[in-house]
Design a protein around this ligand. Sequence first.
Ligand SMILES: Nc1ncnc2c1ncn2[C@@H]1O[C@H](COP(=O)(O)OP(=O)(O)O)[C@@H](O)[C@H]1O
Ligand SMILES: [Mg+2]
Length: 291
Amino acid sequence: MYNAFFGFKESPFNLTPDPAFLYRSQQHEEALANLIYGVQSLKGFVVLTGEVGTGKTTMLECLQDFLTASRIEYAYLFNSRLTVEQFFEMIAYDLDLRCARNSKTEVLIALNQLLIRNTNEGRTTALILDEAHNLEWDVLEEVRLLGNLESRRGKLLQIVLAGQPEFDRKLDAPSLRQLKQRIALRCTLKPFQESETGEYISTRLGKAGMSEQTVFPPELIAEIHVRSQGIPRLINAICDNLLLTAFAMESRQATLAMLEEVTEDMRLDWPGRRISVSRPSYSTDLREPTM
Ligand SMILES: Nc1ncnc2c1ncn2[C@@H]1O[C@H](COP(=O)(O)OP(=O)(O)O)[C@@H](O)[C@H]1O
Ligand SMILES: [Mg+2]
């Protein structure tokens, strides 16, 4: 809507986890390196955790780009609210297994054959599970068993699990002790520091076609950081709304007054915020957009 006004090729603050807009913060760089290393070195289980909106799915998208470029076969399950039957059906579908996909036994046999064939040919196979905190206990047990398959070279199936911090707590349950012990690599994504928030905003604007950003002055970025608490998804939502407001007011620069209006409309709450008596205060709602 405002793209032509600001001279953008694309909207800079889309909410999709698009690797083309990647800002390589140190922790995102490290997380991606860990995921890639974990898969390549046949480590078995790799876990990525982080609060909602910190970039987990974006990292998994980058990992998939890497796997595709390296011709590593993988299944990617982004919907974690699955029954055991659906879990195996999705794996069979993604890996294009020729078998009765609604039969767990048949899928397991076909998967085993694929894993052995790939391993004999020196090829790696991976399973990526997003939103792992939502996985049912019985599905997690199947995940654990899949992680047990191994040859002399190492694990036959490399499993990457990404989830919110409660996933770590779930792994502490006695029934998942064995799975927890087998996790070879872990990484965590944290909200940005203030300097990173600024670089993040500039990077996304740069990728959209604005090399020297002048829309968000430094004092505004400092305030966006406070109100978003350094969470990329919230930074995107705030900046997108700010650009829209600036466009509506035919202004090439966003202001603190606009930010006030935008965060009020978003019903955003942040630590240290003055409580307004004019409206009830809601806590920050960081829920996932439905994809
Ligand atoms: N390092 C990053 N570079 C560019 N965009 C990012 C980065 N991290 C997060 N984002 C953006 O923030 C939003 C939320 O990221 P997402 O990967 O969906 O988070 P999560 O899966 O942890 O909830 C998306 O719009 C995504 O593009
Ligand atoms: Mg996600």
